[in-house]
Ligand binder design. Sequence first.
Ligand SMILES: Cc1cc2nc3c(=O)[nH]c(=O)nc-3n(C[C@H](O)[C@H](O)[C@H](O)COP(=O)(O)OP(=O)(O)OC[C@H]3O[C@@H](n4cnc5c(N)ncnc54)[C@H](O)[C@@H]3O)c2cc1C
Length: 435
Amino acid sequence: MRDSMRNDGGEGDRNCDHNHDYDVIVIGGGPAGATAAAVLATHGRQVVVLERDPFPRYHVGESLLPYCYHTLNRLGMVEKMNASPFVKKHSVQFATMDGRVSQPFYFTDHLDGHPAGQTWQVERRAFDQMMLDGARDAGADVRMGVGAKAFVMEGDRVVGVEVEDADGKRSVLRAPMTIDCSGRDGFAINRMGWRKRDPQLSKISLWTYYRGGKRGMGIDEGATTVAYLPNKGWFWHIPLHDDRISLGIVGERDEIYKDGKDLLAIFDRYIQANLWVADQMQGATQYGQVWVTGDYSYRSEYSAMDGLVLAGDALAFLDPVFSSGVFLALISGEQVGDAVHEALARGDTSAGAFAEYSDNLCNAIEAMRKLVYAFYDEEFSFGKLLKKYPHLRGDLTDCLIGHLSRDFTALFDGIREFADVPESLPHGRPLMATS
Ligand SMILES: Cc1cc2nc3c(=O)[nH]c(=O)nc-3n(C[C@H](O)[C@H](O)[C@H](O)COP(=O)(O)OP(=O)(O)OC[C@H]3O[C@@H](n4cnc5c(N)ncnc54)[C@H](O)[C@@H]3O)c2cc1C
């Protein structure tokens, strides 16, 4: 037994009739955990959220996808978002190194005036706080400054979590279901040895913030721009409220560090490498630290075991080029909330109860993953694809906005003529008992 797991002995059973403190323990109060908790509390479940860090806290990942709308609407968040200062995002566009900008993909053109055609560029500190407040308002017991330390096991079943509060005091919480929403910290993935990297997507990212610079006008004010860099590197340029810009570089480690590791010097060099970015950033002033992360793109070998299921980045992380992270966190939080509620109602919280949830989510992740692979392929460009197959614009836009619960065979057959499209990964399904 790993030292991060406590085994209380005894056989786990399928009917979850253990003495317990809650119906569900949620590890992590980010967008996935807050959503799962709000859905479960609304179903009338006793749910506790363990959040290790004091909120509000900094987090990267500001650009939302249009299809976040549906989960936010279910949670009653859309009015709050509209009343917030978050910049409204109507489109995504692509900028070449010589400064040319693509025709923007305006979401509303595709969604025929549906309110999902407008989304937001959020400050995560404020957005995550709003989401967690929403879970608390729905009835979840949110415990701040409380970290999960170990799973409590009975045989091969997770029956609770050992926690530590801000004063270092340890205690045990028991529940028939635990949902791991611990983000890229990967509470379950790391303890179980389940992390499977996506080696072709092993990039690094540097990002920081600026004040000032140029901004689009009107409907273009909140456009996300993906601006190209040498060797399939790219910038994200995300306009935030209060005249701030989130600017990030993604690329190969050796390429980014080839002239040294002075992070601000790297930003200055790259800004000059893309004429559109250089123009936008004229007069902008950098502030705060430069953040760096590697460890890109992974999926958990398993999505669930008896008494445990994973959601959000705790289950899978995909290169952020199409801003899919918060969207996947929201839909997985919503779907896992419903799936756990139904599992509890049936009295079957075994891993197999989460097969449909896992299939749905893995299919959504695969559509995005295939598009990410195409993006990094030297031979591929959206322009080339749409010039040859203009009728695929709708399918492509569906993928880019997060309408992923549909068949993309025609789109990927078209893309395959320009780029290698990877096979779907087998990971991310429940760990079924072998006996
Ligand atoms: C460089 C980069 C750029 C990105 N850009 C975008 C973007 O533009 N748009 C987008 O949609 N996404 C983006 N993402 C992805 C986005 O940040 C994540 O997908 C999203 O935050 C996932 O939400 P989550 O709830 O799963 O995890 P998180 O938001 O990470 O929340 C997890 C929470 O769990 C808590 N926690 C961790 N361990 C424990 C523990 N042991 N006990 C208790 N609590 C714990 C943490 O404190 C945290 O609050 C980006 C990611 C990176 C790395």
